[in-house]
Design a protein around this ligand. Sequence first.
Ligand SMILES: Nc1ncnc2c1ncn2[C@@H]1O[C@H](COP(=O)(O)OP(=O)(O)O)[C@@H](O)[C@H]1O
Ligand SMILES: [Mg+2]
Length: 427
Amino acid sequence: MRVLIVGGGGREHVLAWKLAQSPLLDKLYCAPGNAGISAVAECIDIAADNIEVLNKWAVESQIDLTVVGPEGPLVGGIADSFRRSGLKVFGPDRKGALLEGSKVWSKRKMRQWGIPTGEFTVFDDFDDARRHLARFYGEPVVIKADGLAAGKGVTVASGPAEAEQALYDIMIERVFGDAGKRVIIENCLRGEEVSVLAITDGRNFVTLPAAQDHKVIGDGDKGPNTGGMGAYSPAPIYTAELARRTGELVFQPLLKGFNDSGIDFRGVIYAGLMVSKNQFNVLEFNVRFGDPETQAIIPRMQSDLLPLLLAAAEGDLKDIRLEWSDHSAVCVVFSSGGYPGRYTTGHVIDGLDALAEVKDDHVAVFHAGTAIKDGRIVTAGGRVLGVTAWDSDLRKALQRVYRAAEQIKFEGMYYRHDIARRALTKP
Ligand SMILES: Nc1ncnc2c1ncn2[C@@H]1O[C@H](COP(=O)(O)OP(=O)(O)O)[C@@H](O)[C@H]1O
Ligand SMILES: [Mg+2]
């Protein structure tokens, strides 16, 4: 099979790394890819959101399956466009992608389809929204911009004053553009967050082992939000009972709702859950693999990934069974100094060869923002790469990942030293 991956981050690298191991694969491409991906796939210099050009290239290159990594092209209709050209795609069409592309649509559907989620109200007028905040006097409140905002559109405000500032930035300043036409004001939920991913063909689904990520930059979960600084799988708080209820209360009603609405969702549904005392609410859905959660989940997968993604794309998942190792996996993300604020790029990354020479088959490096310059691998983004290690228990996986991490060096390099530590305290 000839497979194209769309995207160029750590998530696309781990998907490429796993697909490259498939005996069914003849040729793997990635557009645009990155320095690390170029070791396992041929990188094509077309941006992930350049849908028309990608479509033409995929037709000419006789691609058998396209796997779409990021949400942008999905919300932009890449799957609709490819399917019109007779191409098989892993990823929902534009209607299904609304689940992530519009938080208002998504929350309303959750309410309509009986999926547990926090209480919320939608506003398209700044003054109305501002007045509503009075109800939250002395309480935390959550403000969400409606559309895609690169993970920056949500403010968990400590009270009305901070919430009003967020409303102003979103609705008046329009810092997220049209995503600020509508906002959600939501009750603040407490608990621990878990990411649960399900692969679906639109009717059947199979869930992957859960993962937890670390969203903020600093140790002890302090500082501003980022795209994700690390992740681990399994998630100790996600019990078998919770897994059963997530299927019953989240994925089943969601797929039924999709079917009733004529949405044929072929891809991955990511449910962000807030879990507290064995109860849970859905914070949000995404329509693509999580980054960096996927870097901690896929290395535990013993089955071939290619037939799974193909079956979902073809709309026939029922005969798929997946096998997983009972290893714990941890991914530690390395970022550029200054990230998530301003940072510089183009710094040479040392230690990758030394790490590869150790030939530890329980360690893998997944590149995010990297590029090749004068034959050397250099930094090219805020999140630069992730190191994942896996072992028979979490403690051993942590030792292994941080030992490997010591090998890597680049100017301004930063990573958190406490990834997965909170999970160590769980039974
Ligand atoms: N109702 C809520 N209560 C408490 N925290 C929330 C709530 N909604 C969102 N958050 C926090 O904000 C983060 C981002 O919100 P989310 O809905 O996942 O949007 P996005 O990932 O698009 O930024 C969540 O991971 C969570 O930490
Ligand atoms: Mg989120």
